[in-house]
Design a protein around this ligand. Structure first.
Ligand code: GSH
Length: 210
């Protein structure tokens, strides 16, 4: 197995943290996104046709892209500890929340707020997008994403983790992206007390260093 990685990017970090929680050592192949290595052959022609990281190359040469299918694959290979779920019901619950976190919050923050109009707009306009949103858009996009996060915060009241008492992929997904946005200065509202407590709890886990 070979994991195509970029250390500072959130999507690969979700998989690295997921693997760390399971005790899986992923052999890493770092790419240089600042030089657009991911957007050039051989990576974009032979590994990931979208030109994005991460990608997991298997020993038989096949490649899995997208962080959620990669994590699902790792869970099937290494079922314990279960980070998606040990039963069909637990898995469905973790997938539901992971999908909501992704669609309602992560995608809104990343695509428009960070990538197309916000702090890393220049990087993306060099290698990726031809059409970009005007820079002033990012504050509006962030306000929309934070409205969704406030809804989520209220839904989580009384829970330790997103799925109650068990740590899942949903927690890792949420934490890694919040941490990435914090690093860019796009701070979440600290008045969201469940999100704030969860962020601190997740940051204290040894796997957060992955
Ligand atoms: N939905 C994709 C998102 C992948 C993604 O957005 N990767 C970013 C890094 S976090 C990337 O490769 N950006 C560089 C580019 O698009 O050129 C996944 O789940 O893997």
């Amino acid at each position: 197995m070979l994991f195509y990685d970029y250390h500072d990017a959130p999507n690969p970090r979700v998989v690295r943290m997921f693997a760390a929680e399971k005790g899986i050592a992923l052999p890493l192949r770092p790419l240089d996104l600042n030089r657009g290595e991911n957007r050039k052959p051989p990576y974009v022609t032979e590994i990931n046709r979208t030109g994005q990281v991460p990608a997991l190359q298997l020993d038989d040469g096949r490649v899995i892209c997208e962080i959620l299918p990669i994590c699902e694959y790792l869970e099937e290979l290494h079922p314990a500890p279960a980070l998606i779920g040990a039963t069909p019901e637990d898995r469905a619950e973790a997938r539901q929340w992971t999908r909501w976190i992704d669609l309602k919050y992560v995608e809104r923050m990343t695509e428009a707020c960070v990538v197309q109009a916000g702090p890393i707009r220049d990087l993306y306009s060099r290698f990726n997008y031809k059409t970009m949103l005007p820079p002033e858009m990012w504050e509006i996009c962030m306000a929309v994403a934070h409205e969704k996060l406030a809804w989520f915060d209220a839904e989580m009241a009384g829970r330790t983790f997103v799925c109650g008492n068990r740590l899942t992929l949903a927690d890792i997904h949420l934490f890694v992206f919040i941490d990435f946005f914090e690093g860019l200065g796009l701070n979440f509202p600290r008045a969201l007390s469940w999100v704030a407590g969860h962020y601190d709890r997740m940051k204290a886990r040894p796997s957060a260093a992955a």
